[in-house]
Design a protein around this ligand. Sequence first.
Ligand code: MGD
Ligand code: MGD
Ligand code: MO
Length: 697
Amino acid sequence: MPTTQRTTVKSVCPLDCPDTCSMRVEVEDGVALDLRGDREHPYTRGFLCRKMARYLDRVYSDERLMSPMRRVGPKGQGRFERISWDEVLGLIAERFAAIARSADGPQAILPYSYYGTMGKLQAGSLDRRFFHRLGASQLDRTICASAGSLGYEYTVGRGRLGADPMAVPECRFLVNWGSNTVHTNSHLWSLMIEARRRGATLVTIDPYRSPTAARSDWHIQPRPGTDAALALGVMHVLWREGLQDDDYLLRATVGAGPLRRRVLEEYPLERVADITGVDVATVAAFARRYAREQPALIRLNYGLQRHYGGGMAVRTIACLPAIVGAWRHPGGGALLSTSGAYDFAMALLTRPDLSPPGTRTVNMNQLAEALAGELPGPPVRALYVYNCNPAAVAPDQKRVAEGLARDDLFTVVHEQFATDTVDYADVVLPATTQLEHLDVHGSYGHHFVMLNPPAIAPRGECRSNNDVFRALAARLGFEPGLFPDDETLIRELLDGGPTLAGITLERLRAEGSIRLNLPERYAPFADGRFPTPSGKCELYSERMEADGLDPLPTYLPPREDPRTRPDLAARYPLQLLSPPRPQFLNSTFANQAHHLASAGDPTVELSREDAEARGLVDGQWAEVRNDRGRFLARVALTGAVRPGVAVATGIYWSKLSPGRSNVNQTTSSALTDMGGGATFFDNLVEVRPLAAESEPP
Ligand SMILES: Nc1nc2c(c(=O)[nH]1)N[C@H]1C(S)=C(S)[C@@H](COP(=O)(O)OP(=O)(O)OC[C@H]3O[C@@H](n4cnc5c(=O)[nH]c(N)nc54)[C@H](O)[C@@H]3O)O[C@H]1N2
Ligand SMILES: Nc1nc2c(c(=O)[nH]1)N[C@H]1C(S)=C(S)[C@@H](COP(=O)(O)OP(=O)(O)OC[C@H]3O[C@@H](n4cnc5c(=O)[nH]c(N)nc54)[C@H](O)[C@@H]3O)O[C@H]1N2
Ligand SMILES: [Mo]
């Protein structure tokens, strides 16, 4: 009898989520039998979210793409025939070479990717080298975080440095500001619960009574996109009542004087209450407790910044910890992202120097415009999509689909499943999952470096992103030295700055996960020094002034707001927010039976008043629409929103939804005030009954 081979492999969750969990995979004779959260990892602490707990269903799904394919029907229909890797690589190389030689040149080729995996290798290494070397257009990856990151960076100096999440149990006042922490950062939530056991108060500031708001001690419910005004009102109270930390302000900030004048003169609480819909007493009570109950942490997340003024809103909120001196304490201050603490050698890994000078950059939120030929530069003639499902997740979906349907566009999609985007591909490449390839991870929610060795062999003919770019580079005759093996890439990446000193591939192999070289009790700005040009927290920012922005915090209303756009609101009076549904990770998992069944039909949550005024009842199918498009959803009267606000959680796949569209048919490709960010939540719509019956057509 042959003996069975059993091993345990320590892997890393690849999802675009701040938790970056450590996982243990039990493998028997090359088959992964069990996967669970690593009990020994100090941040994962043995539990996985409901999505990853069933990751093996995804790895072994019958619906995985297993071989390369070529389109046989019209674009959008998803009809393909099987071809070999040899043929498909030849086809892509030939098309790319022909476009590069043509009058349009290589910039007519556009890579399009986001973070289907957060692995440093498979998310951004040989792909970058390949497209830079080819001379393709560059992609500005702005769909998620760029507005808030820049706003935070102007203020604090590095967009992605924040409080140590491990110290959260020491906090006394925890604010989830535009963060659905329960579901989008569940391991931080468990640390918040620990803090609450020790007496902390949990507050959530969100126009939506999210699961996090519902489970908090205090829910403050502003109008969408008015957070900067709320924060300015809080500052007004702090200075008016002498609650500011003068010592920290003097040592660690610039611009306290002008900011104080602005908030005292321009943001009286009556005005703040009028803008935000939060009453004067609540603003004052929040400010007093925030100042006094230290350490206080503001967990701001990216949902907050998906409005026109999103960059300025994050910048404004990021001033608060300096005013009350919250940065003095481990766990105190603000937490947007921790990824800036990793001194990875990113330029070595991605080689931006290979991209010819003057190469254009396309903002990924403007895929509709790029495909319609509305951006400067040559037309987009080829699109290479990987780690991303733009047909479902990008704004202005109808126009994105029109672009993807162009017959003169050559589209390559590298995917694990036949997504909405795959349906528009000319050629499809089957991708490995996290259990099938090597990778290394940082995190944007903690401070560990983690290695993900492959646990099983690639299924079918699946190949990793890097394996494909190596093969394409060889076909195009690029220097082999630029496309080394994955282990070499890991060594290059780890050859970075001080927080990585002593962290090697060998140590990662032995230990799996290693904390960055940071003080055990890490409080990044306790000493009052900030990595800004002035060395201080910039309440007044000369860099913003130079960039044509208001150097002081201010309130910028949404683009689509009944207050500022009464004309538009006359037809589309409801402000629609579309944050994630807990069962999905963006559009990942939204095709899998278990998750889809647990999520149920798409919903639109409305206030009872708004539903009654439209003759809508709970559970009924309705059409949500504006001038950009429409989608169908069941009305849900959950009591979670105020009149004038609607919520449709996602992201469902369009082809699996009634009406074959999702919420992004209504969202706009307009950009934020800074950073070129997406404005998914800055979206006026109207909702109307679909039919007398409760079933969709
Ligand atoms: N389960 C699950 N987890 C995820 C994801 C997922 O899809 N599913 N996505 C991952 C990704 S890519 C990201 S970027 C993060 C996002 O993590 P979060 O930022 O927490 O995600 P959102 O739910 O988009 O936004 C948080 C909250 O902001 C609220 N919000 C909307 N507009 C405003 C506003 O104007 N002001 C305030 N104060 N709040 C507002 C929304 O109602 C929502 O409840 O989560 C990651 N984790
Ligand atoms: N209306 C609305 N729209 C939104 C948002 C919202 O809150 N509301 N959120 C926005 C945000 S925050 C984000 S981050 C974006 C996310 O948008 P995307 O980055 O497109 O995220 P996903 O929908 O999860 O799609 C990732 C795809 O990558 C694939 N994938 C995973 N691993 C690999 C791999 O190793 N190789 C290859 N080739 N493919 C792989 C997965 O199968 C999946 O289909 O969506 C944005 N869109
Ligand atoms: Mo995101």
